[in-house]
Design a binder for this molecule. Structure first.
Ligand code: FES
Ligand code: FES
Length: 154
């Protein structure tokens, strides 16, 4: 038995220690916003926040994540600047990749609060969107940076 906190709720999970966190979230807990695509940590579709840091849940085991706090897109407040900017700029097309990409963007903003254009491009090019929404993602991310800076400026 392993314990996890998922979106603020403590969960007890009975599964093999080497079960990927992705399958725990999707199959055991029914959180299907966490998507499977490559299964080898390359595409970013399965990204969640683990203790506030973006992690690709297909390559993290249940045992490795035990005791941690996991956030999926459902746990991100509606007023978060990333959610607001994604809505404002209508970033998603089919939407499949977006939960993971938004959480990657949250992690990026936390680590790099004043990114350069190059840093934004690199961060967003590190995830795959088959619909090609990268241009809108980058504009939305810049907008979220401005919103955060305005809030911090008072
Ligand atoms: S499914 Fe996890 S990184 Fe692609
Ligand atoms: S919006 Fe369709 S895969 Fe990204």
């Amino acid at each position: 038995m392993f314990s996890l906190t998922v979106n603020g709720e403590k969960r007890e999970i009975e599964a093999a220690a080497d079960t990927p966190l992705l399958w725990v979230l999707r199959d055991t807990l029914g959180i299907t916003s966490v998507k499977y695509t490559c299964g080898v940590g390359e595409c970013g579709m399965c990204t969640v926040l683990m203790n506030g840091t973006a992690q690709r849940s297909c390559v993290i085991t249940l045992e490795e994540s035990a005791g941690s706090s996991i956030t999926t897109i459902e746990g991100l407040p509606d007023e978060h600047p990333i959610k607001q900017a994604w809505i404002e700029h209508q970033v998603p097309q089919c939407g499949y990749c977006q939960p993971g990409i938004m959480l990657q963007a949250v992690d990026f903003l936390t680590r790099v609060p004043n990114p350069t254009e190059t840093q934004i491009n690199q961060a967003m090019d590190d995830v795959i969107c088959r619909c090609g929404s990268h241009a809108r993602m980058k504009v939305a991310l810049k907008d979220a940076v401005n919103t955060l800076n305005q809030k911090q400026g008072g």
